[in-house]
Design a protein. Structure first.
Lengths: 225, 217
């Protein structure tokens, strides 16, 4: 048998190893190109899904922002107590009738507080959340604030007297519309959750100003928890 | 009469040809199964986003909950990409001159959206519902991987139908308490016993459907 045939045969056999090696490499390497669809099925249909692009509009949003002054069903905002936290021109001091003051409400408030508020105000409300700490670091940088960062220490929701005296309706309003440097969270948090958070802030304040006499007679700490 | 005859030494090749003939189909099948699998073609997709946003910093280092930005994930099928306003909650003050945020600031001023690129794209005939999974103890990390460690988000799962069914046929080990759903580092296999996960499955009444119409409409 001519030598040439043996060599060519061996090289061809070795070449068979290349495709698996390439595939193995593709599997472990991130790729910024669109995934290849060998079989198209109906993967790409001419319809719009949530937050997709429609190039016909100037802003390329497939979903159209509502026309100014339109009111969606169920969003009438006529209940000033529920939507603004105002009763008779004053900040509401109790929760609106739609929000019962139950343990479930407070626990919901705690969970939502820890998602949306604790990043700046800290889980105890002390104003020591991770974003606040980071921002303070950026401002205190020795060569001047990084990237023009400005920051005012987040409020201590429990011990700062301007906050601790606020009625629950005013807290609700601050969550909704923001105040000073804090942005409003009305678009991020549904109205019932904002009330739950306001109630939870009140309970944070109450719990950190607790007195032994607050514990009902005959209840031990383990039970009270 | 010049008829071509194979030289005598070609007889020695016959066994090799037979072996090759037997192995070649196998090779082709393996090549398609391995190479055309969504684990090869779909997983690892890491598009270059218009803003160099780092989940590793925001969700990882700062520990911001997933739901701070992806607010609809518990109520809706679609986990929304946040509005520019959400970025600007902090970035009107923090890193407000950073060149990395130029696109975000422009979007904030003009009202034009930042055109984030979708990483986890399903076929248009498949309807995945985030809220159905999130509110019954399937953690974000099960499908999205350790996003809190990703500088740039890439797709860790093939998101193929076979991959969905793996879990739909055996959901027990993918379940965790609802309050741990967004905890990326929390691992139910390390923190819970199998019995506890089975109890969770009972509590949530989880019997995942394998019917076509569950996901395809």
């Amino acid at each position: 048998m001519p030598r040439l045939f043996i060599y060519v045969g061996l090289i061809l056999l070795l070449c068979l190893l290349i495709p698996p090696a390439v595939i193995a490499r593709v599997r472990v390497t991130p790729n910024s190109n669109l995934p290849v669809h060998f079989i198209q099925d109906m993967d790409f249909q001419s319809k719009f899904k949530a937050q997709s692009v429609n190039p016909l509009f100037a802003d390329r949003r497939a979903v159209r922002p509502p026309v100014d002054s339109t009111v969606a069903r169920g969003e009438t905002y006529v209940d000033a107590y529920f939507y603004d936290g105002v009763v008779g021109g004053q900040w509401a001091t109790t929760l609106p009738p739609q929000i019962p003051l139950t343990m479930a409400t407070l626990q919901r408030g705690q969970q939502r507080f820890n998602i949306y508020c604790s990043v700046c105000h800290g889980e105890t409300g002390a104003g020591d959340g991770s974003v606040n700490q980071k921002a303070m670091e950026l401002v205190a940088n020795t060569n001047g604030p990084v990237n023009g960062t400005v920051w005012v220490q987040a409020k201590n929701l429990v011990h700062d007297e301007t906050v601790s005296v606020q009625p629950v309706g005013q807290l609700f309003n601050t969550i909704t519309n923001g105040i000073r440097n804090m942005a409003g969270y009305g678009s991020q948090i549904p109205v019932a959750d904002r009330w739950a958070i306001a109630a939870y802030v009140k309970s944070l304040q109450r719990s950190q100003n607790a007195h032994p006499s607050d514990v009902p007679a005959g209840v031990t700490l383990a039970e009270a928890k | 009469m010049s008829r071509f005859l194979f030289p005598r030494w070609t007889n020695a090749l016959l066994p090799f040809v037979l072996v090759l003939g037997a192995v070649a189909p196998l090779y082709a099948v393996m090549f398609v199964a391995y190479g055309f699998s969504p684990k090869t073609t779909e997983a690892g997709y890491m598009p270059v986003q218009p803003v160099a946003y780092s989940h590793a910093v925001h969700a990882g280092k700062l520990g911001i909950d997933c739901r701070y930005c992806h607010t609809t994930v518990e109520q809706a099928g679609f986990a929304s990409v946040p509005a520019t306003q959400t970025c600007m909650n902090c970035h009107t003050q923090i890193h407000r001159d950073s060149p990395k945020l130029e696109v975000v600031r422009k979007s904030y001023e003009t009202g034009m959206p930042v055109e984030w690129i979708k990483v986890h794209k399903l076929g248009d005939y498949a309807y995945f519902n985030h809220s159905a999974h999130i509110t019954r103890g399937v953690g974000c990390v099960e499908c999205h991987g350790r996003v809190d460690q990703m500088e740039e988000v890439s797709r860790v799962s093939p998101l193929s139908m076979g991959w969905c069914l793996e879990c739909h046929r055996n959901p027990t080990d993918r379940l965790r308490p609802v309050d741990k759903v967004t905890s990326m580092a929390w691992d139910q296999k390390a923190e819970m016993t199998r019995q506890q996960r089975e109890a969770l499955q009972q509590t949530f009444n989880i019997h995942p459907s394998e019917n076509c119409s569950t996901c395809h409409r």
